[in-house]
Ligand binder design. Structure first.
Ligand SMILES: [Zn+2]
Length: 256
């Protein structure tokens, strides 16, 4: 007999109103990746589980397979990250992380490591000394778990080990280009100073965020890293996802 429904936990990445009282929910689950499902009647104040399905909530849901869209039958909040919701700056960062996950993951394609780092980032945002660095850390590891880990040790053109110095970053090549190869590059190149490269390498090596939070990074280097990461992400999204909403988000949340 065909299985009609399943239970899973999930993070609510996105919601869109549907009809009078329903919502289309984009849920990110550890077992089946991204799932879209309808929450029936969840916009009604009397809805039994509507309140549980707030954006960013970690929930336990029961989903049944529908003809066109799957349907959420039950929802129970597991974690709602209240500390995060008290601060608008943090909340907007958390929304950005959720949008990134939405942009970098495919439906029905499991990516459990990304689920783990997303929860970890939500839990750490309010205690982080440097929330901006936490976002950079998340972006780096999201890229890593999505198959886009930037190459920061060898030139992406000649494959030789990079010598200490200022370099350039090639979005198309997905990594650093050495001094010798830069002349041959016609695609977008972003300047990358030695200090910024060292910080990026450290972020890439640290699966855990806490050692990164202890770093002392100058505002200048922070901005350089932010600029580079955003250019790289925008490039990947334009090429792979081609989602106008997501693009707008990435470019508009660049400046706070
Ligand atoms: Zn080279």
């Amino acid at each position: 007999m065909r299985v009609r429904s399943y239970k899973t936990e999930a993070v609510v990445l996105r919601q869109m109103p549907l009809g009078e009282a329903d919502r289309i929910l984009t849920l990110f689950t550890p077992d089946v990746g991204k799932v879209r499902a309808v929450g029936k009647g969840v916009r009604r104040t009397k809805s039994r589980y509507g309140g549980h399905l707030e954006l960013l909530n970690r929930v336990e849901v029961s989903i049944s397979y529908g003809r066109s869209l799957d349907v959420v039958n039950e929802a129970q909040v597991i974690e709602s990250f209240p500390a995060l919701r008290e601060d608008l700056q943090q909340l907007s960062k958390a929304f950005y992380l959720a949008e990134l996950v939405d942009g970098f993951t495919a439906e029905q394609s499991q990516n459990e490591p990304v689920y783990r780092i997303l929860l970890r980032a939500f839990r750490s945002l309010d205690s982080a000394r440097q929330p901006d660095l936490l976002v950079r850390h998340f972006e780096m590891h999201l890229l890593g778990h999505s198959g886009y880990s930037p190459q920061l040790y060898r030139c992406v053109e000649c494959r030789f080990e990079l010598e200490p110095g200022d370099h350039l970053f090639s979005c198309a090549g997905g990594g650093v280009v050495c001094q010798r190869c830069r002349k041959m590059q016609s695609s977008t190149l972003v300047p990358l100073s030695l200090s910024a490269m060292k910080v990026l390498r450290f972020i890439q090596r640290s699966a855990d965020y806490s050692p990164v939070d202890a770093l002392n990074v100058s505002t200048e280097v922070l901005r350089e890293i932010e600029r580079l990461t955003r250019t790289h992400i925008r490039f990947l999204v334009e090429r792979e996802v081609k989602s106008a909403d997501f693009m707008g988000l990435v470019s508009s949340s660049g400046r706070r």
